[in-house]
Design a protein around this ligand. Structure first.
Ligand code: PLP
Length: 448
């Protein structure tokens, strides 16, 4: 093995969302290890991991129990084909997930991550409509600012403007509703009126496109990488009613919100009071220790297809991978044993209170969040008008200032996001927000 070479990143690692101008010219630190809520880099720094990797390291880093469960499974049975056979551990994981999923969502289709979970959900919806003799019913309604993944289909239903600029999409299969962020409601518009407008947006889209053409509505309960956008109270229930009134399926993309981020296994029912037709999940499912995702499909949808002699020709070599299932089961066990759902519920008020107090800083125009998810949105001069122009540098500046003080945050253009490991204590939450506050103020001063 050759010694570690600090140029390998620039020479060989083509990163997700890599800027073509900066490819090969980055100055990234190498992350070498992690313990609890901290990661260590090759510059000798220990950083509190504000984003929990990418919203995923629920139980924190360095869990020997998970490493042991994965190693034991790899020794016993590293892999077996999920196509005509199965590994016993993946069936156990499917059972444990279904047991916690809402209502009759009992059919767990394992994937390799969130994008393939979304892809699978859409392919299943299309497959079902083909079999039910309505091949024209294919359009997926999504929303501006949504992120559902990076396969061709998942990207086609993702609505972040900048991500849609340079790549092709299956535009004939998607339709986007306007932003559901209450911050962008018109002057003097009440939240209730804004909610009515958002529900009307959905219903009008179905009526205009034709219910015979619209297959499903896909929605993150809280739009995560779009900037932690929390739709108004009652939104999810009313959307579900509209969908079902027009025979449109509801896919709840819980890749970020499931497995404890909002203090529940799944947020759809326990937080927002809905039983969707399909839930997609990934990330926290294995606490990010190893890749895995799932599309969980309701019994009712499956029942419609029995007796038709069809095969759902979709799947992955690594669907239900035994080592991923072992990591997922152990992570679930830890969340349960250590009371992490209750912990998040108990500390969310502190988290959200500290988050909203950042609004007092001049350049902060909005703070929003729920559970262990939070976002700070800034604008050049603290006004909503400037926000619309988007200040591209400020999120990265805040991250830089926070890192100097021992905290990683996730910069998103003019925003920064935090979604820490679920094990974060009250003291650590306070420490994180103290640093974030200083980081924002210093970044603001640097911009002048
Ligand atoms: N759906 C949502 C809501 C996400 O936030 C993401 C990733 O951030 C995905 C899907 C895609 O998941 P993955 O990156 O595991 O493919």
């Amino acid at each position: 093995m050759t010694a570690h070479n600090t140029n390998w990143d620039n020479e060989h690692f083509f990163h997700p969302w890599e800027g073509m101008e900066t490819l090969g010219q980055n100055d990234r630190a190498y992350i070498e290890g992690g313990e609890g809520i901290y990661v260590r880099n090759d510059r000798g720094e220990r950083l509190m991991d504000g984003p929990a990797g990418m919203w995923c390291v629920q139980v924190g880093y360095g869990r020997e129990e998970i490493a042991d469960a994965m190693a034991d499974q790899a020794r016993q049975l590293a892999y077996f084909s999920p196509f005509n056979n199965t590994s016993s551990i993946s069936t156990r994981f499917a059972h444990e997930i279904a047991r916690r999923a809402p209502g009759d969502l009992n059919n767990v289709f394992f994937t390799t991550g969130g994008s393939t979970a979304v892809d699978t959900a859409i392919r299943f919806v299309h497959f079902r409509n083909n079999l039910m003799g309505r091949p024209e019913k294919k359009i997926i309604i999504s929303r501006q600012k949504a992120y559902h993944g990076s396969t061709y289909l998942a990207a086609s239903v993702s609505g972040k403007e900048r991500d849609r600029l340079w790549l092709d999409k299956a535009d004939h299969l998607s339709h986007f509703l306007p932003n559901v962020n209450p911050l962008h409601r018109s002057d003097g518009q009440s939240i209730d009126a804004f909610l009515d407008e958002k529900i009307a947006d959905l219903e009008n889209a179905i009526l205009t496109l034709g219910a015979d053409k619209v297959a499903a509505f896909i929605a993150e309960p809280i739009l995560a990488s779009g900037g932690v956008i929390v739709p108004p109270k009652g939104y999810h229930k009313r959307c579900l009613e509209v969908c079902h009134r027009h025979d449109v399926l509801y896919i709840s993309d819980e890749v970020v919100t499931a497995f404890g981020r909002l203090g529940h296994w799944f947020a759809s029912e326990d937080v927002f009071g809905i039983q969707p037709d399909i839930i997609t999940c990934a990330k926290g499912m294995t606490s990010g220790y190893v890749p895995m995702g799932a599309a969980i499909v309701s019994d009712r949808l499956i029942a419609d297809l029995t007796g038709m002699g069809a095969t759902f020709s979709n799947g992955y070599t690594y669907s239900g991978h035994p080592v991923s299932a072992a990591a997922g089961l152990k992570s679930m066990e830890i969340i349960e044993r250590d009371g992490l759902l209750e912990h998040v519920q108990a500390l969310s008020p502190l988290f959200q209170e500290r988050l909203s107090s950042l609004q007092d800083i001049d350049i902060v125009v909005d703070t929003r969040g729920m559970g262990f998810m939070g976002c700070v949105e800034c604008s050049a001069d603290g006004s909503k008008d400037a926000l619309l122009d988007q200040d591209y540098a400020i999120g990265a500046l805040i991250d830089e200032e926070c890192q100097k003080r021992g905290l990683l945050v996730r910069p998103l253009i003019n925003m920064c996001v935090t979604s820490p490991p679920l094990i974060m204590s009250a003291d650590q939450i306070n420490q994180m927000f103290d640093i974030l506050e200083t980081g924002i103020k210093t970044a603001a001063d640097r911009r002048g």
